[in-house]
Design a protein around this ligand. Structure first.
Ligand SMILES: *Cc1c(COP(=O)(O)O)cnc(C)c1O
Length: 374
């Protein structure tokens, strides 16, 4: 076949440029990428931000100054520490990870999901997760050219263990992701169900404990008990979303392989030093997490009193259903300067909304606004 040469374009005719590039993309890029959408983040300036599970509390002034002081010696002219042993040790201590396990650090746990999926890309075997569950599993499988199988939760958003195991038998996934608690339902599926799934899985099972600070449950002590179990955590939801630090824990024989896909120096020096500081001073964030859990249970009770169908949650958010009204309530809240997450257009959750737990004041403002819109 003759080499197809690309035309050299006249700089004035920009429209030719775009259409020529599109033709080239059609030849070069994977169709999943061309058809797929980017992860979209709404603008939130000036809004009460209750859409993305952040910790709503500021740091106490004294702590903020100590933290800044701890950064003052960071050597920005040097590459970050490629062997941050102290940080790894603190992460294991803080996370109750058995000391003999290995760790891979990620620029957020999103990056670790990407590394996991990249590790099996090319095998053609699917990635499997519950439907609904965290969007990035599906998104990253698509980006890396792998099929994604979503196993529906039941009508009450419980895990259907039998269906899940059946689906694994049918499609032999290379990786099963289980967000525990589940995002967006906030449900903490029974640990026995997870164990049965881990035992029946033909490949890896990654238990994603992004909301560990609010569920206070973990599979950490089970690491090493199963050859196919890995654990994913992040500092994002407990109060350090801006740092971008997640970690994957599991037997070293696994982490050594996955670490090959990590870009060198992926954790910058400011993140490393800040994480070390906060892991050494865990009281403030732990206390804030306790406040968030208390606020979650308070808001849950109040929403039930309003007659709303709301799921009891072990995370820092609440999923609720407003049949026929979700879209108007969402835009009504937006007009009142409150941003939450809407699932309009979602195949399973079209009448559902998800609110992250804010400060007492924010939660009260949300509740009052919601009540006025019902
Ligand atoms: C938010 C979230 C993450 C991603 O967290 P980052 O560390 O901020 O990338 C991972 N898993 C689940 C289930 C989440 O909800």
């Amino acid at each position: 076949m003759p080499i197809q040469r690309l035309p050299v374009l006249d700089k004035e005719t920009m429209k030719d440029l775009d259409s020529t590039i599109r033709m080239l993309q059609g030849r070069l890029l994977r169709p999943e990428l061309l058809q797929g959408a980017a992860y979209s983040v709404p603008r939130s300036e000036g809004l009460v931000k209750l859409d993305s599970m952040e910790n709503p509390y500021d740091l106490p002034d004294e702590m903020r100054w100590k933290w800044l002081e701890s950064l003052s010696e960071a050597k920005l002219n040097r590459y970050p520490d490629a062997h941050p042993d102290l940080l790894l040790e603190q992460i294991k201590l803080h996370g109750d990870i058995p000391p003999e396990m290995g760790l891979v650090l990620g620029n957020g746990s999103d990056e670790l999901i990407q590394i996991l999926v990249a590790a099996v890309a090319g095998t053609g075997k699917p990635i499997l997760a519950a439907e609904p569950s965290f969007t990035m599993y599906r998104l990253l499988a698509g980006h890396l050219g792998l099929p994604f199988v979503g196993v529906p939760l039941d009508s009450d958003l419980r895990l259907d263990r039998t269906a899940f195991i059946e689906a694994m038998k049918n499609c032999s996934p290379s990786i099963v992701f289980l967000d525990w608690p589940n995002n967006p339902s906030g449900r903490l599926f029974p640990a026995e169900d997870l164990e049965a799934i881990i035992e029946a899985a033909p490949g890896l099972v990654v238990v994603d404990e992004a909301y560990h600070a609010f569920s206070q449950q973990t599979f950490a002590s089970r690491l090493g008990q199963y050859p196919n179990l890995l654990l994913l955590r992040t500092l994002s939801k407990e109060g350090l979303a801006g740092l971008r630090l997640g970690f994957l824990a599991g037997p070293r024989v696994w982490t050594e392989q996955l670490d090959k896909l990590r870009l060198p120096y992926n954790i910058n020096i400011l993140t490393q030093q800040s994480a070390l500081f906060f892991l050494r001073h865990p009281e403030v964030l732990a206390q804030q997490a306790a406040q968030i859990r208390e606020q979650r249970d308070w808001l849950y009770g109040k929403m039930l009193e309003l007659g709303i169908r709301v799921w009891s949650s072990q995370a820092n958010f609440l999923l609720f259903c407003l049949p026929g009204k979700a879209a108007t309530v969402d835009s009504g809240l937006r007009k009142k300067k409150i941003l939450i997450k809407s699932f309009t257009g979602h195949p399973r959750l079209s009448d559902h909304l998800r609110v992250s737990i804010g400060t007492r004041q924010e939660n009260e403002a949300f509740l009052a606004a919601l009540e006025s819109l019902l």
